[in-house]
Design a protein around this ligand. Structure first.
Ligand SMILES: Nc1ncnc2c1ncn2[C@@H]1O[C@H](COP(=O)(O)OP(=O)(O)OP(=O)(O)O)[C@@H](O)[C@H]1O
Length: 290
């Protein structure tokens, strides 16, 4: 198997509402994939499909399995933190380690204890006495102690402060990613995850609007910072987005603009936030703000 996830033409409806439409992508081993999209874009629906809690139309193989038909088998090799993840409030961290050891054959209690030592949570702590950030760290220590090949994280750092978010991602990358395992993370904190990701999938209204490696972004997209006087000439090249960088007007193009336009500005490195804005903004908003 060359890909951990193979998705082809997935669609999902809730009544008449289309949550996913013709979604296709693959995820090979050793990747850190960001799943980005505005509220309601379809991220949670796609993650539910990946872990088999939602049936979708189309072809979906996760670790070679149909997730909906073979959920129990899949969960042996996949770990998942849903957006509504809760841990039992009465339990101590140590109890949860014992519980997991009984439930999940690939879980290592020693590894969970070692991971927990990286956090401010001790085995004696009860979940109900932990802050939101500490619960998230405990949750990650528990799932990262599973010897799995794929981790699916649905907005894992929602509601955490910046330090807690940073330490969550540090632990994930240092302790779980090993070059063979892949992780897919949905988040709204586009700026923060940019340095962690190897790839990004952007969803807009249930459709994939971009599926690219971070390395390829520089090759495909061109951002130009230019003088205000050149604004009309730059706009004639139909940029995806017009915005400002350090007070100067800038424009983002999909592919190199004509030389006559390139000469009007300085090339910048396009960042993920600008791309996200360009590809997921409603056209009528773009027209109003341009
Ligand atoms: N159980 C449901 N019943 C009806 N519609 C739903 C249900 N779950 C999701 N939807 C709709 O499907 C679409 C996609 O929702 P989804 O939760 O997958 O988006 P999301 O990208 O995860 O959003 P958020 O960032 O707000 O969590 C939305 O329009 C949402 O209203």
């Amino acid at each position: 198997m060359t890909h951990l996830i193979e998705a082809h033409n997935l669609s999902l409806h809730y009544g008449r509402k289309a949550a996913l439409q013709e979604v296709s992508f693959t995820i090979p081993p050793g990747r850190v994939v960001g799943l980005l999209g505005h509220n309601g874009a379809g991220k949670t629906s796609l993650m539910k499909a990946m872990v088999g809690t939602k049936a979708v139309k189309g072809e979906l193989k996760v670790l070679g399995l149909d997730p909906h038909a073979h959920r129990a088998e899949l969960l042996q090799s996949l770990c998942y933190i849903p957006d509504v993840a809760v841990l039992p409030r009465w339990a101590r961290a140590g109890d949860l380690i014992t519980l997991m050891a009984g439930l999940q054959p690939r879980f290592s209690a020693d590894r969970a204890r070692a991971l927990l030592r990286r956090t401010s949570v001790t085995e004696r702590d009860k979940v109900k006495h932990l802050s939101k950030g500490m619960v998230t760290q405990l949750h990650l220590a528990l799932v990262a102690a599973i010897d799995a090949r794929l981790m699916v994280l649905d907005e894992p750092t929602l509601g955490l402060d910046v330090m807690s978010r940073k330490s969550f991602y540090e632990m994930l990358i240092d302790e779980w990613c090993d070059g063979e395992r892949s992780v897919i993370i949905s988040t709204h904190q586009v700026e923060e995850v940019e340095t962690l990701l190897s790839d990004v999938i952007m969803l807009d209204e249930g459709r994939v609007v971009l599926n690219i490696s971070l390395a390829e972004i520089d090759q495909r997209f061109v951002a130009l910072s230019h003088d205000p006087e050149a604004a009309d000439a730059v706009a004639a090249g139909h940029p995806l987005l017009r915005y400002r960088v350090q007070g100067r007007p800038a424009a983002l193009f999909d592919g190199p603009p004509p030389d006559t336009i390139s000469q009007l500005g300085q090339r910048l490195r396009p960042n993920l936030v600008d791309l996200f804005m360009a590809l997921t903004r409603k056209p009528e908003i773009q027209a109003r703000e341009a």
